[in-house]
Design a protein around this ligand. Structure first.
Ligand SMILES: [Zn+2]
Length: 290
């Protein structure tokens, strides 16, 4: 049933849902199921459900979004500029909007076509957990710029932004790690080492100062996360190509995200545990029969 002779078949094709979820603006893609016919045989732009991160208070995770807008046709020109507004099926509060150019293929397979995004709101890219944003604090905007550059495959740009973030915020990151050490019962001496390292200008010296005192729970695959960041920064400085920089930029983002996750996990566990103990103790006194 799918077309057999179109040149569209030579390129890998995405489904329209995959395109909406994962293709950045400005990239033209071949799409297998861009159009669907109605009962009278007229063709309209498909409106498949898509899976996106929903940032509403109730959802905070991957959810299905649907598009309740009117169907859009392309007419005889086979081109159309369209807006699609998607809404979260779960909370019905959050919406994602796409502006697109769509083009229907001529010939046998009217289902397929090409599409390019002019843009989308909220902007394209995987969700950035708030834990990362709070870890890097004042350099939030640089981090988001790095993410945008990464989304567009601009490796040198992405690396430069992330490098700025790590270099500017290394003291803050070390203090956060110190907080974890404190929660886990580190001695005053060890906490002083963290404070000294946080004030150290030279990153490698700071890392050395606290290399034996980083809580084990923060090691990433057995490695000191600060060392991983430091070696990514030095590697990036010597990287020759945009592709190499892009890969290193991605590594820096992943390590920062993982570190932020682990820090918040330890700090949260501790506060949850305290609350649980508090509740148990209170129950014990309020209701001794239980
Ligand atoms: Zn939702």
């Amino acid at each position: 049933m799918e077309g057999s002779t179109q040149k569209a078949e030579e390129k890998p094709r995405k489904t329209f849902a995959e395109f909406l979820e994962s293709t950045p603006p400005g990239v033209m893609e071949e799409i297998a199921d861009l159009f669907s016919p109605n009962q009278f045989g007229s063709w309209f732009v498909s409106q498949p459900d898509v899976q996106l991160h929903c940032w509403s208070e109730t959802c905070q995770g991957e959810r299905f979004f649907h598009c309740p807008s009117d169907l859009k046709g392309v007419g005889s020109s086979r081109f159309a500029n369209i807006f699609l507004v998607y809404r979260c099926r779960n909370c019905r509060q959050k919406a994602k909007q796409y502006a697109l150019l769509v083009c229907q293929h001529d010939g046998v397979n009217k289902r397929s076509g090409e599409a390019i995004k002019f843009g989308e709101i909220p902007s394209f890219g995987p969700h950035i957990p708030s834990r990362v944003i709070s870890l890097i604090g004042p350099n939030r905007e640089f981090f988001l710029q790095g993410r945008r550059a990464e989304n567009h495959g601009l490796g040198i740009g992405a690396f430069a932004y992330y490098r700025r973030v790590v270099e500017n915020q290394k003291g803050r990151v070390i203090r956060e790690i110190g907080k974890v050490a404190k929660k886990l019962g580190a001695s005053e001496d060890v906490l002083k080492q963290f404070e000294t390292a946080a004030q150290e200008d030279q990153f490698s010296k700071a890392i050395d100062d606290i290399k034996d005192t980083i809580p084990r729970g923060l090691l990433i695959d057995g490695h000191n996360p600060l060392k991983l960041l430091h070696s990514a920064l030095s590697e990036g400085m010597h990287a020759q190509t945009d592709e190499e920089c892009l890969q290193i930029a991605g590594d820096i983002r992943i390590v920062l995200t993982e570190l932020a996750d682990r820090i918040s996990q330890v700090l949260k566990d501790e506060s949850e545990l305290k609350q649980a103990v508090g509740r148990l103790l209170n129950r014990g006194t309020d209701n001794p029969s239980k």
